[in-house]
Design a binder for this molecule. Structure first.
Ligand SMILES: [Zn+2]
Ligand SMILES: [Zn+2]
Length: 356
């Protein structure tokens, strides 16, 4: 790893306006903090959305902000009270710091903390920089046989772990996942690891479904431009889930997928909203009522999700390596954002700026 004080950062000034700047190297402020040299960062849909639109919901970019939140790195300095990690450890970084004191935090649902400081959610700077400080308990040591590249994929995997936990999947169940982007694909893999025996990946792009079939889905389905009820009926028939799926996960945020989901889920089944799309949609609520469907949201990740994500990769139960389509140099970050926007590959990684 380059021993350097350079803290080259990839900064979003306003939509479509990015620059590389030397920012002051962050300092350890709490005795429980560590300083991390950033080695690899994945580009997420949310990063691309800020780059394009400068906002997601109520998070609005007002001042220049460092992008990136899916990072792995190496610990280069530890605060005086740090016990769980040491200098030289390779870690996956959980990129949000909750207040630890509010009611959701104390109940173990820190992802719902109203005072969460989350990387690359304005005004909080992200991780596409030379260095980043974090509390020691938000750093997850990677076993020797897990690479730092895989470490950068722990963030989207933790999102999928949280969604799939919300779906309450039990061994032998049938699960349908709407959307075959990185999180949808990872939900398929986690559902399988949790014991689902039928895992259906649904998308409108044939290339994505082809990948899903080679990755973790037991079946794939391409919806047509027909009413949601018709797509749902054909899906259930084609995959042999007459009677409905035990759980349906929406990882697309697309209105027709959400509508179809409610017709696909079985009586008494579970529906989880993981994808983010239009804030308001038309929704078959009568169907939900009469089937007594349990509907849940899912937001980021909470207690135990990052830990389980690392364990699933370490045990070979989820292969995140297959999702990495390309790794580019730090200086190529802007082009990488354009490529992700253009739909190239599945997961693009940015190497550096600290080499490993
Ligand atoms: Zn992400
Ligand atoms: Zn809190």
């Amino acid at each position: 790893m380059a021993k350097t004080d350079s803290n080259l950062s990839f900064i979003l000034n306003k939509p479509h306006d990015v620059t590389f700047e030397e920012r002051p190297k962050p300092k350890i402020e709490s005795p429980h903090d560590v300083l991390i040299a950033i080695n690899y960062t994945g580009i997420c849909g949310s990063d691309v959305h800020y780059w394009e639109a400068g906002r997601i919901g109520s998070f609005i970019l007002k001042d220049p902000m460092v992008l990136g939140h899916e990072s792995a790195g190496t610990i280069v300095e530890v605060g005086s009270a740090v016990k769980s990690v040491k200098v030289g450890d390779r870690i996956a970084l959980e990129p949000g710091t909750p207040c630890r004191r509010c009611t959701p935090c104390l109940a173990g649902h820190y992802n719902l903390c109203p005072d969460m400081r989350f990387a690359a959610s304005p005004p909080i700077d992200g991780t596409l920089a030379g260095y980043y400080t974090s509390a020691e308990d938000f750093c997850y040591k990677l076993p020797d046989h897990v690479s730092l590249q895989e470490g950068a994929l722990i963030e989207p995997l933790a999102v999928a772990v949280h969604i799939t936990k919300q779906a309450e999947i039990k061994p032998g169940q049938g699960v349908v996942v709407m959307g075959a982007g990185p999180v949808g694909l990872l939900c398929c893999a986690v559902a399988k690891a949790f014991g689902a025996t039928t895992v259906v990946s649904v998308d409108i792009q044939p290339s994505r479904l082809e990948f899903a079939a080679s990755y973790a889905a037991t079946h794939t389905f391409t919806p047509e431009r027909v009413p949601a009820e018709e797509n749902a009926a054909r899906l259930l028939k084609e995959v042999g889930l007459e009677g409905g799926a035990d759980a349906v996960i929406d990882a697309s945020g697309a209105e027709p997928s959400i509508q179809t989901s409610i017709y696909v889920v079985r009586r008494g089944g579970v529906y989880v909203q993981g994808g983010m799309g239009k804030p308001d949609i038309t929704f078959p609520i009568m169907e939900l009522c009469m089937k007594e469907v349990t509907a849940k949201g899912s937001f980021r990740y909470g207690s135990g999700d990052y830990k389980l994500a690392v364990e699933l990769v370490a045990a070979g139960k989820v292969d995140v390596k297959k999702l990495i389509s390309e790794t580019v140099r730090f200086e190529e970050a802007e082009q990488a954002f354009k490529d992700v926007k253009a739909g190239k590959g599945i997961k693009m990684l940015i190497a550096g700026p600290n080499e490993k």
